[in-house]
Design a protein around this ligand. Structure first.
Ligand code: G3H
Ligand code: 13P
Ligand code: NA
Ligand code: ZN
Length: 328
């Protein structure tokens, strides 16, 4: 069944668990997420970026979600717009059956320039007012994702803000978060604590200097009733890097967000945890393995089936680690 982010995260807060939000671009990722959820009796958040909507077509995505819900009638599914950058993006998502949208006003509509606080408040409030009229949920974002490790925080992966960012842009201010939630009426709040999108988050296992779970705790203390969202939360597991690199891949050494830090976040109000990179890496590692081992293979299913299974394993593991399992 289709549920909203608000319904799902209220339940998660009441029962002290977190919910991974997995990105979807195609049928195989959808089947992997749902098979994982069904195998551990968990609700799920499936999210599509603007890029995913352009890649798959809105109609295809909408019908795919409908099909997944029909195939797995007992699994609660929240369909969410990831990183909406305008009123139009968010409202057309709702038109296509999304039950939740992220209005990311932390960046200007070009998705590169950090936005002013007033811009962020105003556009997020407008989207929240409209979405709530039709029963959809809204996630806002305060603070810009970026690397604390590199001091001034340059982005390494081409996502998000370009150039240098100051420390106070890279860490969400707890008092400002209180004001933002009051003024925008969002259902969930994405915050900046040192994570970034993509595979290259940290050059070492992160400590409190470069991944600030203390900011999460401080915000949760001031806003105990808001559902917090962690973006850039892939763990980039070493075993997945190894499969990728052992089969002709050239991924530089890197560290993601340790699962134990996310689990700590869940104890302090984190309810939605965004994961895309781990799923991508699990899949493409299998593409590489099949291509390397069976160079004569040309049936795409021989690549996609193991890729789907590898993604399903990652999803299942996160649903267990975050306590989502058993809550469908
Ligand atoms: O926001 C980042 C997500 O991983 C989506 O990435 O824009 O390449 O689809 P994308
Ligand atoms: P990762 O790149 O760490 O998977 O983050 C995904 C994300 O935040 C999508 O919004
Ligand atoms: Na999102
Ligand atoms: Zn994100």
């Amino acid at each position: 069944a289709r549920i909203t982010l608000r319904q799902l995260l209220d339940h998660a807060a009441e029962h002290d668990y977190g919910v991974p939000a997995f990105n979807i671009n195609n049928m195989e990722q959808g089947l992997a997420i749902m098979a994982a959820a069904a195998s551990v009796d968990a609700p799920v958040i499936i999210q599509a970026s603007r890029g995913a909507r352009a890649y798959a077509n809105d109609i295809m995505l909408a019908k795919m979600i409908e099909a997944l819900i029909e195939i797995y009638p007992d699994i609660p599914v929240c369909m969410h717009q990831d990183h909406g950058n305008s009123e139009a993006t968010c409202l057309t998502a709702i038109q296509h059956g999304f039950s939740s949208v992220m209005m990311d006003g932390s960046l200007e509509a070009d998705a590169k320039t950090p936005a002013s606080y007033d811009y962020n408040v105003a556009i997020t409030r407008r989207v929240a007012d409209m979405a709530h009229l039709v029963g959809a949920s809204v996630e806002g974002e305060l603070g810009v994702l970026g690397s604390l490790e590199h001091g001034s925080g340059e982005q390494e992966d081409g996502h998000g803000a370009e150039g240098k960012l100051s420390l106070d842009q890279l860490l969400t201010d707890p008092d400002q978060a209180v004001d933002f939630v009051r003024k925008t009426n969002v259902d969930a709040l994405a915050i900046a604590m040192g994570t970034s999108h993509g595979a290259y988050k940290f050059s070492r296992k992160p400590d409190g200097d470069i991944l600030s779970m203390r900011v999460v705790e401080a915000i949760h203390t001031k806003l105990p009733n808001i559902h917090l969202v962690m973006h850039g939360s892939s763990s980039v597991p070493q075993d997945l890097q190894d499969i990728f690199n052992a089969n002709g891949g050239a991924m530089r050494p890197t560290f993601g967000v340790p699962v134990e830090e996310i689990v700590r976040g869940i104890k302090h109000g984190v309810r939605k945890i965004n994961i895309d990179t781990d799923c991508r890496l699990a899949m493409t590692g299998q593409f590489r393995r099949v291509a390397a081992k069976t160079p004569d293979e040309f049936d795409p299913r021989k690549f996609l089936k193991p890729a789907m299974e590898a993604m399903q394993q990652v999803c299942k593991l996160r649903l267990e680690q975050f306590g989502t399992a058993g809550n469908a």
